[in-house]
Ligand binder design. Structure first.
Ligand code: SAM
Length: 231
């Protein structure tokens, strides 16, 4: 395996512009070119998106709400957000992902509702948004980088932050299955799990508290979903 220490982000960018892009484009797509494990991950991830949309819409409308979708991937969250009338800023470290997301959005949304797409790593994002959402991106952050990443996302948000991450509680389960998640050369991208307590502590340090919690598990997909609001 590749040593990724300080160069994590470069490895991740390179991966999601090449083999990782091809792999995840299929998983996040809707064609049959996926194996059983990938299909299971597709279903699990769809539930995370669905639960996120529920969290965001159950007590208010998204019309006119500004949302930052940090690490937007192929746009699977950005597009339904825009459909609900949110003003979406979608960004990803991978240019290939952003191009795919933009293509999908253009096929599904009227031009006046299109998210604003940008190639950017989330540490470089600035501005203020009502809501900042970051789904299944923390898996690329070791614990010593996660606190800073969470603090930065919170600094961009005025009302709420929604994060999902692979929870450490399922460590042994995941360990057994991780080989199937990252087969072949893509193993160079390490997967980092996070404990809910660590994420909660990172939020608390910058004045945020968890207000809602959800958990999605399928056979090969585990994701803790949390909503945080200012304390
Ligand atoms: N959030 C999307 C979703 O749930 O459909 C995509 C999740 S995918 C597992 C992880 C994404 O995070 C990839 O598109 C990857 O390029 C992006 N990513 C990883 N590290 C990033 C960083 N430092 N800044 C921005 N995006 C990043």
């Amino acid at each position: 395996a590749e040593e990724v220490g300080g160069g994590d982000k470069e490895v991740v960018r390179e991966y999601f512009n090449s083999t990782g892009f091809e792999r995840w484009r299929k998983i996040y797509g809707d064609t049959d070119e996926v194996n059983r494990v990938q299909k299971d991950i597709r279903l699990g991830h769809a539930k995370t998106v669905e639960n996120t949309m529920l969290m965001l819409t159950e007590d208010r409308s998204l019309a006119g709400v500004t949302v930052c979708d940090a690490g937007c991937g192929t746009g699977l969250l950005s597009i339904p957000l825009a459909k609900e009338g949110a003003i979406v800023s979608a960004s990803d470290i991978s240019a290939a992902m952003v191009a795919e997301a933009e293509m999908k959005a253009k096929a599904q949304l009227p031009s006046e509702n299109l998210p604003k797409f940008e190639v950017n790593d989330l540490e470089s994002l600035s501005g203020k948004y009502d809501t900042v959402v970051c789904l299944d991106v923390l898996i690329h952050y070791p614990q010593n980088k996660a606190d800073g990443m969470i603090a930065h996302l919170a600094s961009l948000a005025e009302k709420r932050v929604i994060l999902s991450f692979a929870p450490k509680t399922f460590y042994y389960d995941i360990l057994k299955r991780i080989g199937e998640l990252f087969p072949g050369p893509s193993k160079a991208t390490r997967a980092y799990l996070h404990s809910e307590a660590d994420v909660e502590r990172a939020l608390r340090k910058v004045g945020w508290k968890i207000s809602k919690r959800g958990l999605t598990t399928t056979q090969f997909y585990f994701s803790r979903l949390i909503e945080a609001v200012p304390m």
